[in-house]
Structure formats: structure tokens, C-alpha cells
Ligand binder design. Structure first.
Ligand SMILES: [Zn+2]
Length: 119
């Protein structure tokens, strides 16, 4: 659980992330695992476990700048940001690491556990 991840995660760069390391508890390569986590977890449902996103108030800064965005290609609500304190286009993994204040590896592990990829 306290695995140290020696790669820095650059929050605003979602297109160029390269993860060649494998998760310790599974044979699934990290990149594949994070893809499955994003595919399978419903962003709005995950957010709703922490706060009600419908009024747009950000739980971190308190401004009414929190939005969930729809992917025009597949129609899924799968990106979010707070225009005030966390501006960008973020996925469900980034949401969990942001709200829980944990690292990316741990966020992926939590989400994978919830969809029962990991125990
Ligand atoms: Zn905010």
C-alpha cells in the first residue's frame, strides 16, 4: 500500500504519459490498468461519493467553478476541472488523487479495487 512511485506525475499533460512500470499486485501493465479504470468507473458516480457535483461548488476552494465535461466523441461524462483552483481536463484517476490527496498509483489502485480488477 505504501509503494513509492519514483515518477513525477505531470497533471496537465495527459497525452504524453508513459508508464512502463507494472503494478505490484497484478500482471496487468499499468497503462492498461489505468485505461480500464477510466473506461469502467463512472466519473459522476465516483464524484458523487464525495460531494454533490450538480451545484458546481468546488469542495476544495468553495467557488462555483467545478464542472464535469462530456466527451464529444463517445458522449460520456469523463472529464472535470475546477476553473478556479484546478484548471485543466482531468480524468477519474486525477479526481481521486486530487480529492483524496494521494498519489496516482494509489488512486488507480483504489479505483481498480472498486471495479474488482484488483483485490
Ligand atoms: Zn476549486
Amino acid at each position: 500500500m505504501d509503494k513509492v512511485h519514483d515518477q513525477d506525475y505531470i497533471a496537465n499533460d495527459t497525452s504524453e504519459q508513459v508508464h512502463n512500470d507494472q503494478d505490484q499486485n497484478t500482471d496487468i501493465p499499468y497503462a492498461e490498468l489505468s485505461g480500464m479504470v477510466i473506461e469502467t468507473n463512472d466519473l459522476k458516480e465516483v464524484i458523487s461519493r464525495y460531494f454533490d457535483p450538480t451545484d458546481g461548488y468546488c469542495p476544495k476552494c468553495g467557488q462555483q467553478d467545478f464542472v464535469i465535461m462530456r466527451n464529444a466523441k463517445n458522449g460520456r461524462l469523463e472529464a472535470w476541472c475546477c476553473f478556479n483552483c484546478y484548471n485543466g481536463v482531468y480524468d477519474v484517476i486525477e479526481f481521486v488523487l486530487w480529492i483524496e490527496d494521494i498519489d496516482e498509483t494509489e488512486a488507480v489502485r483504489q479505483l481498480a479495487t472498486q471495479i474488482e480488477i484488483l483485490e
